[in-house]
Design a protein around this ligand. Structure first.
Ligand code: M6R
Length: 615
């Protein structure tokens, strides 16, 4: 939620900042801005409503010189998206500019107190309080910028990653974080800041991931950055090498990141399984399970916490773990869990699932579970993000950066890790039979090839999408392992095409939603040949009797459903517990092509942001 980028060095900052903002635009895109210090130490700030391209157009005729600057792409929380509320914000003295990702919770009290001291505010944002406070402290107490920033951060309550420049300190950028991500890039006589490493990797692969309450002072005349805590005590941080390449964060010939990410899934799943699945030895190994056997084998209960798509993966995880490990599993929305009073103790294991590793609700839920003594296992994608650092152990899904706001490859990566987790732990506990263990491992290994074949349905799905583009409501139905797939399919459609869609367990249809069904309501049914096939066929008959059009996802060679449905998409045969990995592909494509037919911005749908770092 909001992307921040900074540069200080010898090059022109503006092109680096704009490129960086474009890489971070997935985090928010309702307004954007940049602050630059030119070589006469004049502070130039340009801000616009809209996307980074709008900012570029606006700034094209302006003075964009200078080797030091900060820039921001916004997802509005406080104050509507417009150029006044866009960041950077400037302090009353006109010297200091600041960008911020997060929320200042006590902004109203602070604003009032500053206003009583005569400070005039320009925007409706919580962020402006921070820059006005820093500016006020610096002027009033006659202290240096670092002291002013430290003092202000001790007063504010909330979540932030900030970067500050000051025209009276033209060689320095100060940045800090608490509960919002911030990475420092270390180049040759130049330094970078980013909400993640994507704006940095083009210039250097050496980075420092800041921790909560770190304040970093970056001086372009010094070789190293200096990191201090709120009490000005020095903190040492390891410089790490990021394993991220440019190809991973570019579209690579695809019109959208979402389509690229859909097509990457076979390779992503191979990366996810590499070194973990050994088909010759019929073995699956997760180092986190081996290293934490006693916690995991003896778990009294597992609670999965997540949001959105990751929560849907968690619902599949529940079925996998209960099947193979015989441990009871509950799946909770992190946002509900964090404010509940859950009965948890040190015999419980909490699995936190998150693509970004930064979701504020999931992080808060982890802290609560930790306090109550649970052992926390993270399943994340973004390497070095906050959740993997807050958990006791975990497994990365290794699907590479996911940039399209609608999650695709992260979902199948999460389900793959959950499958490996359930199999590996089931083996340790002796709760999965050798025959089943080997059979599922062998088939899991076949999934990427089957997915590759399945991805050839693109043109068929495009055709189907054209027919259904004008529907106002969709129902998605599935049972067992495919019920969460129905939920996920509906979420994908809602997110990017703005069509209302509901996911339901197929048999629940008769308990209410059937009242909605008529010729105007397309129903997507996952009707693969598994144990519940006949029951789902009956549901399709009930739908057809009410004149709705049915898009059915069926197993290869199915005739019965094909004869009943208005459109069908065939899936390769696989193990029932692995069907979600295949069944989710046509639903991702359906959502994508319907959104394209409607002319929507699939990578940056309205009102959404990729990582939800605020409550
Ligand atoms: O990064 P996380 O997995 O924690 O994010 C959770 C949700 O915000 C996310 O899955 C969201 O629902 C996606 N936009 C779904 O496509």
């Amino acid at each position: 939620m909001c992307g921040i980028v900074g540069y200080i060095g010898k090059k022109d900052a503006y092109p680096i900042l704009i490129k960086g903002l474009k890489r971070l635009e997935y985090r928010g895109y309702d307004s954007a801005g940049v602050a630059l210090l030119n070589n006469t130490n004049q502070l130039n700030v340009y801000k616009t409503k809209g996307k980074v391209a709008d900012l570029e157009a606006y700034a094209s005729e302006k003075d964009i010189s200078g080797c030091i600057g900060i820039a921001h792409t916004r997802w509005a929380t406080h104050g509507e998206p417009n150029s006044t509320n866009a960041h950077p914000h400037i302090g009353a003295s006109g010297n200091i500019a600041l960008i911020h990702n997060g929320i200042i919770e006590n902004y109203a009290v602070l604003k009032q107190s500053l206003q009583e001291k005569g400070v005039q505010f320009r925007s409706n944002t919580d962020t402006e309080v921070l820059v006005q406070l820093i500016d006020f402290i610096k002027t009033d107490k006659k202290v240096d910028l670092l002291t002013a920033v430290r003092t202000a951060l001790k007063i504010v309550i909330g979540a932030y990653a900030i970067a500050v420049i000051d025209k009276t300190n033209p060689d320095v950028v100060i940045a800090a974080r608490k509960s919002s991500p911030l990475v420092v890039g270390i180049g040759e006589e130049e330094f970078f800041l980013g909400s993640d490493a994507s704006p940095i990797i083009e210039y250097t692969d050496k980075v420092i991931y800041l921790d909560d309450e770190d304040i970093v002072v970056i001086d372009r005349n010094k070789k190293d950055v200096e990191i201090v805590d709120f009490n000005n005590e020095k903190i040492e941080h390891e410089i790490v090498t990021v394993e991220l390449n440019l190809a991973q964060i570019e579209k690579g010939g695809f019109p959208h990141f979402m389509l690229k990410e859909i097509f990457e899934q076979p390779d992503c799943l191979m990366d996810c399984m590499r070194g973990r699945i050994n088909v010759e030895a019929n073995n699956v190994t997760l180092s986190a399970i081996i290293d934490n056997k006693e916690h995991l084998i003896n778990a009294r209960r597992i609670i999965i916490i997540a949001c959105g798509t990751s929560w849907h993966a968690g619902l599949i995880g529940k079925q996998l773990i209960e099947n193979f490990c015989q441990i009871p599993v509950e799946v909770e929305y992190a946002s509900e869990f964090r404010y509940s009073n859950p009965v948890i103790n040190n015999q419980d294991v909490v699995i936190a699932i998150s693509q970004s590793g930064e979701t504020a609700d999931t992080l808060a839920a982890i802290e609560l579970a930790k306090k109550k003594g649970a052992f926390i296992y993270g399943i994340c994608n973004a390497i070095g993000s906050s959740i993997p650092r807050a958990t006791h152990t975990g497994s990365y899904i290794h699907v590479g950066p996911e940039i399209g706001v609608a999650s695709t490859k992260a979902f199948t990566g999460q389900v793959t890790v959950l499958t490996m987790f359930a199999l590996a732990l089931g083996k340790e506990r002796g709760s999965v039979s050798e025959e089943e263990y080997v059979r599922i491992i062998q088939e899991l290994n076949n999934i990427p090839e089957k997915m590759k074949e399945l991805l050839k349905i693109g043109d068929d799905v495009k055709q189907i999408s054209r027919i259904f583009t004008y529907a106002h409501n969709f129902l998605y139905l599935g049972r067992g392992f495919n019920y969460p797939v129905a939920l996920e399919g509906a979420l994908k459609l809602k997110e990017i095409s703005y069509i209302h869609a509901e996911g339901y367990p197929a048999a629940e249809m008769k308990h209410g939603p059937i009242a909605l069904i008529d010729a105007e309501m397309p129903v997507v049914v996952i009707a693969t040949k598994n144990a519940l096939y006949e029951k789902v066929v009956s549901n399709i008959q009930e739908i057809k009797a009410r004149k709705a059009r049915v898009i059915a996802i069926v197993s290869e060679g199915d005739v019965t459903v094909k004869n009943m449905a208005d459109a069908t998409i065939e899936l390769p045969q696989t193990e029932e517990c692995l069907e979600p990995l295949l069944a989710s592909i046509p639903l991702q494509m359906l959502a994508y092509y319907i959104a394209i037919c409607k002319g929507k911005d699939v990578d940056q749908p309205r009102n959404l942001a990729k990582s939800v770092t605020v409550e």
